[in-house]
Design a protein around this ligand. Structure first.
Ligand code: SAH
Length: 230
């Protein structure tokens, strides 16, 4: 009897902490099979992905797929990125605790949630007002309180809040927007997919140097939704 009570208490406490045990197992498998097995080493990123409930960032009918190894539709012809791509881009971004990070393409809000666990403050811009509203509500309801939201075209960045330590772009323009490079601090880093969605896109890492100089490096072929212009 005592055993039964304590077991159910433990399960109850776990489900309070992680929302739902089924999701917790799916999340644990996602981390082992998709994230750690493929070489993500940062313990901080692994912990953040363990803490953030990905199923809270997808529409109800997609919740059962929230931890699967692919992007998922979130409505308005947009997608939440595949978990591995979120982990990979976040690792390449080299986010630190004291950083101010700009994200272009809030989408579901999941990437912003992961960043919010790793840095000081996240600024995120989304061009589709309905998605911006859904994501900001999901993040605010879950208690993420170091994120500012803006609805509009992220191509020109967020001048009022610049400069940023890091910029992450999750929709692909056809070339690297100069204004985003301008809004990086010296030694700042940006990770951005670039290219035509119908042919070939690559992820680039841009490192800002003294003055307006910067270096860029192509790191991975990818497939992102196109960055649209207002
Ligand atoms: N980071 C997101 C991925 C979203 S997909 C996540 O974690 O779910 C890319 C998003 O970029 C889409 O929501 C799309 O509407 C948005 N987007 C496209 N062009 C944009 C632009 N010019 N400015 C801001 N957001 C843009």
């Amino acid at each position: 009897m005592i055993n039964k009570i304590s077991l159910s208490t433990i399960l109850f406490l776990l489900s309070c902490k992680y929302g739902n045990n089924d999701y917790f197992l799916l999340k644990k498998n996602m981390l082992e099979d998709q994230i750690i097995a493929r070489g993500i080493k940062s313990q901080a990123i692994i912990d953040a992905m363990l803490e953030v409930d990905r199923h809270m960032f997808v529409p109800d009918h997609q919740k059962k797929n929230a931890y699967s190894d692919r992007p998922l539709p979130i409505g308005y012809n947009q997608t939440i990125s595949q978990p591995y791509i979120v982990a990979y881009m976040t690792e390449k971004l080299k986010v630190e605790r004291n950083h101010k990070v700009l994200e272009i393409g809030t989408g579901s809000g999941y990437q912003a949630a992961i960043l919010s666990k790793l840095c000081k403050y996240v600024y995120t811009i989304e061009i589709i007002p309905e998605l911006a509203q859904i994501a900001s509500k999901a993040l605010t309801d879950q208690g993420f309180n170091n994120i500012s939201f803006k609805t509009g075209d992220g191509y020109n960045g967020w001048v009022e809040e610049a400069p940023f330590d890091r910029i992450i772009v999750t929709a692909a323009p056809d070339k690297i927007p100069e204004k985003l490079i301008d809004q990086l601090k010296p030694d700042g880093r940006m990770i951005i997919p670039v290219g035509d969605p119908l042919s070939m896109q690559y992820l680039w890492v841009v490192t800002k140097q003294e003055g307006a100089r910067y270096k860029k490096q192509k790191i991975l072929p990818v497939r992102f939704v196109p960055m649209v212009k207002e």
